[in-house]
Design a protein around this ligand. Sequence first.
Ligand code: HEC
Length: 128
Amino acid sequence: MMRLAGLLLGWSVAWSACAASGEQVYREVCAVCHATKFDKAPQLGDRKAWAPLLKEGQHVVTAHAWVGARNMPPKGGKSDLELADFARAAAYMARAAGGKWKDPDAAMLAKMRAEADGHRHESHGNHK
Ligand code: HEC
């Protein structure tokens, strides 16, 4: 019994060490554009740039960024990035600009996926 508890504890510690925080993902993947004034990328902590996005809503904005928008590459240019990690990084940036976005839970991720799928179909045939 004790061994099982130890195993479970070890597993949960290893798991939380693996899941990257929004800030980590932001620094590794997004900062190269979102902290360098690249094109029209809304910058970290720029409340003016983020205000209209915060109004639009977390699942819509995150889904549109995830599939790519103009010079914003799909998945932030990291093709093996998970939606959950991408969405945490987006929420981190939104919070830095005064937003109240939470790290997404399963229900929020499902809404983002639905929004992203709809977007893909709309723009079918328009891909570069
Ligand atoms: C190669 C540069 C680049 C990288 C890397 C990048 N972005 Fe962007 N991002 C942009 C640009 C440029 C825009 C503005 C697009 C536009 O509206 O013209 C943008 C816009 C956005 C938006 C707003 C989308 C909207 O609806 O206007 C979000 C959210 C976003 N990025 C999140 C992220 C996240 C999260 C990451 C990292 C996982 C990331 N970006 C990585 C360039 C980048």
